[in-house]
Design a protein around this ligand. Structure first.
Ligand code: HPA
Length: 272
């Protein structure tokens, strides 16, 4: 079966279980799975039941596509995502986002955990992504041309939608949170970066670094979906502080920040 046929099958399966078409897609990063519990009129579909869907292997990532309402908005939430570092090919990493695109989602809010590079960031901060740098050498739009998924060559100048960022800023202000924006650098992982790599990323203009989001954003933009990206800064990147990085720290900080992240995410969705 072709990749596009697999995607269509996935979307058809999910559509057959839904009463209403979702408007807004949400991808939840590490530790944010709880957001999906807030949905009203909830329907959770385990990834394992959806044809073609990979199953997430990362601790702290559940594997459900959850549909429901938040502030009256019809949302589709990916509770758990797929990463290049899990060994999936890039087209499988974006399978969920493309399924949501085929279901008719027009806006996606994509979240992640990231290491802070800029001195304006501290662990526990939320950073709205204004642009990205793809350092992984992978692009989900590469390969056979599939017009149904969008054009081969497409603009990335406005990948992180200005109007959505303004709405996010309002939501941050209402929640009493300082609004920060920055450039997200995508590394393949799963090893964290070296201090020399972080110095390089800082030099080329990155404010934060992580191992997700960019393939999803590219796939979404190819389909014409508007994107808002938000990073939870869980640690300072390698070499910025005199200490080693640990996944335990990343999980610990995302656990602490979860409450405010879930709150602001709800407010943002109410504004979209
Ligand atoms: N580097 C890459 N990915 C990450 C980090 C980091 O420091 N923190 C959380 N995800």
């Amino acid at each position: 079966m072709s990749y596009f046929a697999e995607l269509k099958k996935s979307a058809e399966y999910v559509r057959s279980l839904l009463k209403e078409q979702p408007e807004i897609g949400v991808v939840l990063g590490s530790g944010l799975g709880d957001f999906a519990e807030l949905l009203e009129e909830r329907l959770a579909i385990p990834y394992a039941e959806i044809p073609g869907f990979p199953v997430s292997t990362v601790k702290g990532h559940k594997g459900n596509l959850v549909f429901g309402k938040v502030y009256g908005k019809k949302v589709a939430v990916m509770q758990g995502r797929f990463h290049l570092y899990e060994g999936y090919p890039v087209e499988r990493v974006v399978f969920g986002v493309r399924t949501l695109g085929l279901l008719g989602v027009k806006v996606m809010v994509i979240t992640n955990a990231a290491g802070g590079i800029s001195e304006n960031l501290r662990p526990g901060d939320l950073m709205v992504i204004k642009d990205h740098i793809n350092m992984a050498g992978e692009n989900p739009a590469a390969g056979e041309e599939t017009p149904e998924l969008g054009p081969r060559f497409f603009d990335m100048t406005y990948a992180y939608d200005g109007e959505l960022r303004e709405r996010a800023q309002r939501a941050f202000e209402e929640a009493g949170l300082e609004y920060k924006e920055g450039v997200y650098a995508f590394m393949r992982g799963p090893s964290y970066e070296t201090p020399a790599e972080i110095r390089m990323l800082k030099t080329i203009g990155a404010d934060a670094v992580g191992m997700s989001t960019v393939p999803e954003v590219i796939a979404a933009r190819q389909m014409g979906i508007r994107v808002l990206g938000i990073s939870c800064i869980t640690n300072m990147a390698a070499g910025i502080l005199e200490k080693p990085l640990s996944h335990a720290e990343v999980l610990d900080v995302s656990e602490r920040v979860k409450g405010k992240f879930v709150e602001v995410l709800g407010r943002i969705i109410s504004e979209i």
